[in-house]
Write a protein that binds this ligand. Structure first.
Ligand code: SF4
Length: 458
């Protein structure tokens, strides 16, 4: 595992060149494809020579546009040699193949999934859980109704177990206008949920001194709160990932209570014991985090907190670990993931003493997951009887079911809402349902109209 990772760390991110032709709709398609690929760890090259593969998003509206598209494909082939074609001219696959037989793949307009799959096939992503922001299982699926929105690269923190700053560099935030423009484009292309990602979302803008940029004729500051508010005004679900509990995070909780931003915070706490957090050199490591969480829940009782924890960090004692278990219960961490500590080559934590034996680490892993499961089950049970909106990810017509997510569930990492009596419900629909039951991770529900129809007569 460690060896495989080192090999990846040494290799640069796969690079894509993009030639975008045609109308604003085609540009939105290009932005959508770029956002998806960027969130999956690909980077982009401004020239043919620096690209591992070139995407040509074509136009086929007029004969002259077709000709221009064919010429652009020819140029990309002669300059780079590895070309994927998409866009309006893609519907004329035969014409493209006749003119340029060596193109790697062809798809038509708005076929994001096909384009992304073609890129995966010819230039595979290199999943790595130490570096990736998007879950590996999410790479296979790029549905239309949600999208990852990356707001910055790199990180200014120096957690002792992490090599991301060495690989990706210091925090480099994108201007707010660029992010908002991309978000608007994604929503125009059918996205209903934006998943805001970065290495440290709450540090957004620190590096560029919160500089303003012009969005729709007015200045918007590159600030965590300002960006969250502006995104919330676009009308899609906005979910915040990789947030640290800095004091200014308090400001977004009212936006969650108002329904502008989903009442969901993904905060990778990693631990709770002060001595372990200190050894980890975690940001926003404050003794009063529990009080902050309670205050957040007073303002927004619906708030769900997802977190990750590392067990078996060097020097973690049984006392530290029990402190963590109690903390997870008291903080009512709704969704918890757990990793057993792994020494990543190049990470300062490798030099720490107090290696935790594998069997102890495994035991702690299982105990943490048991506590997390109990907390999750208790939190979910409180939702039974409520009417909530869910976003449909998949349908199962054979069983008359839909697989959906509530505002408390991020794709691929959290639970699901299993909706019965789901005839007519489609992927990407936002549906109002009544929660009828819960288990450790999932909710079970029926559509509101069905709930009313099947309710026993008074
Ligand atoms: S916050 Fe810490 S763990 Fe996260 S990317 Fe930065 S250095 Fe790594």
């Amino acid at each position: 595992m460690t060896r495989a990772m080192n090999e990846h760390v040494k290799s640069a991110a796969p690079k894509i060149g993009l030639v975008s032709l045609g109308c604003p709709k085609a540009l939105v398609d290009s932005e959508r494809i770029m956002s998806t690929l960027r969130s999956q760890g690909y980077s982009f090259s401004r020239d043919y020579a620096g690209a591992d593969i070139v995407l040509v998003n074509t136009c086929g509206f007029l004969d002259s546009a077709k000709q221009e598209s064919l010429e652009a494909i020819g140029e990309a082939l002669s300059e780079n040699g590895r070309v994927i074609v998409t866009g309006c001219l893609g519907v004329e696959e035969e014409l493209i193949r006749r003119t340029h037989p060596s193109v790697l793949a062809i798809s038509g307009p708005h076929q994001y999934e096909n384009v992304v799959n073609a890129v995966h096939q010819h230039l595979p992503p290199v999943p790595n859980r130490f570096l990736d922001l998007v879950p590996e299982q999410g790479l296979k699926l790029t549905p239309r109704h949600y999208a990852y929105l990356k707001i910055s690269e790199g990180c200014n923190n120096r957690c002792s177990f992490c090599i991301i700053p060495q690989i990706r560099g210091d925090l480099a935030s994108r201007p707010a206008a660029g992010i908002l423009g991309e978000a608007e484009g994604l929503i125009r292309s059918g996205v209903k949920e934006l998943l805001v990602i970065s290495q440290d979302t709450s540090a957004y803008g620190v590096d560029i001194k919160y500089q303003t940029s012009n969005y729709r004729g007015r200045p918007v500051a590159a600030k965590f709160y300002d960006l969250a508010k502006e995104l919330g005004d676009l009308g899609a679900w906005v979910r915040l990932h990789y947030v640290y509990p800095y004091p200014h995070v308090d400001q977004v909780i009212p936006l969650m209570a108002e329904g502008k931003v989903l009442p969901y915070l993904d905060i990778p706490f990693q631990h709770a014991s002060p001595s372990v957090l200190k050894a980890m050199r975690r940001p926003a490591n404050q003794v009063k985090t529990l009080d902050r969480i309670k205050a957040w829940r007073d303002i927004c009782p619906d708030l769900t907190i997802r977190s990750n924890f590392i067990v078996g960090f060097p020097g973690e004692t049984e006392e530290d670990f029990e402190f963590l278990l109690d903390w997870i219960e008291e903080a009512e961490i709704d969704r918890a993931g757990c990793f057993k500590y792994e020494p990543v080559t190049g990470a300062p934590a490798n030099a720490l003493e107090g290696i935790v034996p594998d069997d102890v680490m495994q035991d702690r892993f299982e105990r943490l997951m048991e506590v997390a499961q109990n907390v999750s089950a208790g939190q979910l049970a409180k939702k039974v009887g409520r009417t909530i909106d869910v976003l449909v990810d998949d349908v199962d017509p054979a069983n008359n079911r839909a697989i959906a997510r509530s505002k408390w569930d991020a794709p691929d990492i959290d639970g699901q809402v299993i909706v019965s009596h789901a005839a007519g419900i489609k992927v990407g629909d936002l549906v109002s349902v009544t929660v009828t039951a819960s288990d450790e991770y999932d909710l079970f529900a029926t559509p509101v109209t069905v709930s009313a129809a099947i309710a026993p007569a008074a």
